[in-house]
Design a protein around this ligand. Structure first.
Ligand code: GCO
Ligand code: MG
Length: 408
């Protein structure tokens, strides 16, 4: 059996997705996700122009060899575009291997370690009242762990908060963000730090001590501010505080870690195990936030998690709607297979997206499950995909009150 064709499908059912579709000489189809939110066409071109021609004629079963061939063979190491492209190839090959074997991918990874993957949903509110309603709605939808994001008095739109709450809008950036240039938001760290502890006080008093609560600071704090926030949130027993500082400075986490026992999660913008080396070996974090899509695929993330396991660091894979259902399925197969699973982020995709990507995974009683279909369990409807043309879309940028660009 050889790889006969490698096709890149760019589709936009409500938001943009880049999918690699491999077909073997025996007609087996494998899918991989290479969606890089806001920079989609770079990953599509990397695949189409530089990777697809190398895949035709190769043995689809040689997953490790193909991974190394694309990683070492590029000479230029790492980076989100390269690693998303390699991830797509890797996922598609695991999908093919599973279909040929007649087994879901998690079985090929060692089989099931748990009944399902605990998922957390994204509650948010411009006010505490709206936030409490949003949490109740998520609990009604079956979520058993909740990410809590709140508006900040004096600021307009902020990361993670659905603003049209009268219409029950959830936070989901891209579909609203189709402007010729990035939307600009205003940020004030001091106002945020003053406001957040009171939000958690209100949420704990409404929902009690047991509900796992998470929070994303979205890379905006200095190490000292992050230490302050971690400490002020200790009474509310967070499941994690995410991206408290920009992750590229791994050493910064030493300062935070030494000052607070609030669990820390980091890594959604990382793309290789090397980005975690200091964080994991010095046990500066508790959770790995990578997505399978942006960190080199199932092969690479499996190794990353085995490395993390030695240091009792657990998974909390990135699962926003900008990871396609194919990338989500890849995460779920790892979630149920690895021993050091922590939690899985879950932002359900829109009905439009799910018409294009037919998913075998399910969400029942707070747990996600990859399903029993051979391979990854997601099918791409090419005809439905063709109806949604690519539309450029940007993530927002952030400015401080004086106009200085800040991390978004
Ligand atoms: C999360 C993330 C997302 C990112 C988005 C960018 O924790 O889910 O921070 O909301 O902002 O994936 O593309
Ligand atoms: Mg995040």
């Amino acid at each position: 059996m050889t790889i006969e064709s490698a096709e890149v499908v760019v589709t936009s059912p409500g938001r943009n997705f880049v999918t690699l579709r491999l077909t073997t000489s025996e007609g087996v189809v494998g899918l991989g996700d290479a969606t890089l939110n806001g920079r989609e066409l770079a990953a599509a071109s990397y695949l189409r122009d530089h990777v697809a021609p190398l895949l035709v004629g190769r043995d689809p079963h040689a997953i490790e060899d193909t991974w190394q061939y694309l990683y070492r063979g590029a000479y230029w190491r790492r980076g989100p575009v390269t690693m998303a492209a390699i991830a797509a190839v890797d996922m598609a090959l695991w999908d093919i291997k599973g279909k040929v074997a007649g087994l879901p991918v998690y079985q090929l990874l060692g089989g099931r370690s748990r009944r399902g993957a605990l998922a957390y949903g994204h509650a948010s509110g411009t006010t505490v009242e709206a936030l409490v309603t949003s949490i109740h709605n998520h609990l009604d939808e079956g979520f058993r762990a909740i990410r809590v994001q709140s508006g900040v008095p004096g600021l307009g739109k902020v990361y993670g908060v659905g603003h049209d709450q009268a219409r029950g809008q959830k936070y989901d950036y891209e579909p609203a963000g189709r402007t010729a240039a990035p939307v600009e938001e205003t940020w004030d760290t001091a106002a945020y730090l003053r406001h957040v502890p009171g939000v958690f006080e209100a949420v704990r008093s409404e929902f009690g001590p047991e509900l796992p609560l998470l929070h994303d600071a979205h890379h905006r704090l200095t190490p000292n501010q992050a230490a302050q926030l971690g400490r002020s949130l200790e009474p509310y027993d967070l499941f994690w505080l995410e991206d408290c500082t920009p992750g590229e400075n791994q050493e910064a986490l030493r300062r935070v870690r030494s000052q607070t026992t609030t669990p820390l999660a980091i890594g959604e913008v990382f793309n290789s195990v090397h980005d975690y080396q200091t964080l994991i070996t010095e046990q500066l974090i508790d959770f790995v936030r990578s997505s399978v899509t942006h960190a080199g695929g199932i092969t690479a993330v499996r190794k990353l998690m085995d490395f993390a396991a030695i240091y009792q660091v657990r998974s909390g894979f990135h699962g926003p709607t900008d990871v396609s259902p194919v990338g989500m399925a890849a995460a779920l197969h790892l979630d149920v297979a690895i021993h050091n699973f922590g939690i899985q982020e879950y932002m359900p995709h829109s009905a439009q997206t799910l018409d294009v990507f037919r998913c075998g995974y399910s969400f029942v009683d707070g747990l996600l499950d990859p399903g029993e279909a051979p391979g990854l369990g997601v099918e791409l409807d090419l005809e439905a995909a063709a109806a949604f043309e690519y539309t450029p879309a940007y993530l927002p940028v952030n400015r401080l009150r004086d106009g200085t660009i800040h991390d978004w």
